[in-house]
Design a protein around this ligand. Sequence first.
Ligand code: KIV
Ligand code: ZN
Length: 387
Amino acid sequence: MSKKIQIFDTTLRDGEQVPGCQLKTEEKVIIARELEALGVDVIEAGFPISSPGDFKSVVALTKSVKEPVVCALTRAKKEDIDVAADALRYAKRGRIHTGIGSSDVHIKNKFYSTREQVLEQGVWAVAYAKEKGHEVEFYAEDAGRADLKFLAQLIEGVIAAGADVVNIPDTTGYCLPDLFGKRIKYLTENVRNIDKAIISVHCHNDLGMATANTIAGLCNGAQQAEVTINGIGERAGNTSLEEVAMIINTHQDLNFHTNIKAEKIYALSKLVSGMMRMPVQPNKAIVGSNAFAHSSGIHQDGFLKHSENYEIISPDKVGVPSSSIVLTARSGRAALKHRIELLGYHFEGEDLNHLYENFLSMADEKKMIGDEDLMMLVGLMPVFVKG
Ligand code: KIV
Ligand code: ZN
């Protein structure tokens, strides 16, 4: 039977931390409703102690969505946990996401502490959060660089204290997929009570490995992926929801499934990009403007013969209106003929050759050739045939 992967969306927390991406409560509510319609399992709504605005947003989200678990971030501190529990008071299913640094780098240089004290504080925080009556997820910050034996000890301790989910973040985006996958496997084999909790993975993209690491984590025992729309998040960002969802959808051999309604992905990507004033890079997988655009002659010819020659996902599967054939000086006759036919004209043989020569001269001057340019080229032809 295929394994259900829980999708934990942190667009409204890790994504919203990005400078310039801050949202008003009403905007967060709009995105949260769309995330619910998309089918995510958990929405991380914010970090309630960080500001009154974030507190208000978490409360508003608990009242605005029905199905997903609403999650609130805290440090391993009493005041954070008290405020998060208060913000979640109306949640049908609330989750307190508490945690502490687990690598020696963080323990020594951020907490000026010791492994023993961090273990004690992490276990205490989970036990305290658990008393509030919500689900509890524990994050071992910077787990990608933590000593594995210590990480296993910490995870065993917090599960014994009641953690329902244990989040193993590659906070600094340091790991290689193989290394990260082995970390997760090690935990499944060396944490005695690991079957009492769900393992989650939360990867950052500092080396461009976030999605690969997330998939490696899932293949090695994790059951929850922490993601954001368009991959936004601290520094180089987080694992992107659309990439994880479509990898799982495309590679049926992984034997995973999610609740994501893929056809809603593109519209939500646009909404998040617009509201957060964060453009999507054109070559971004799945949702970038070039993700389904074909521009070189060889590719265009192959695509026009059979779309699967150059597309592993059909654009309508993710809500993209259509593939596109972009005309540049690298385009071939097949692409030109196709675009001209879309405008209602048909050229063959010598006529097409002539049109193509004029097209290349124009394309060498201009970077891209649009429909208005094509109409001008058609108008310059001595004879043209209406298709
Ligand atoms: O990257 C990280 O470690 C985090 C935690 C707060 C989960 O965002
Ligand atoms: Zn993060």
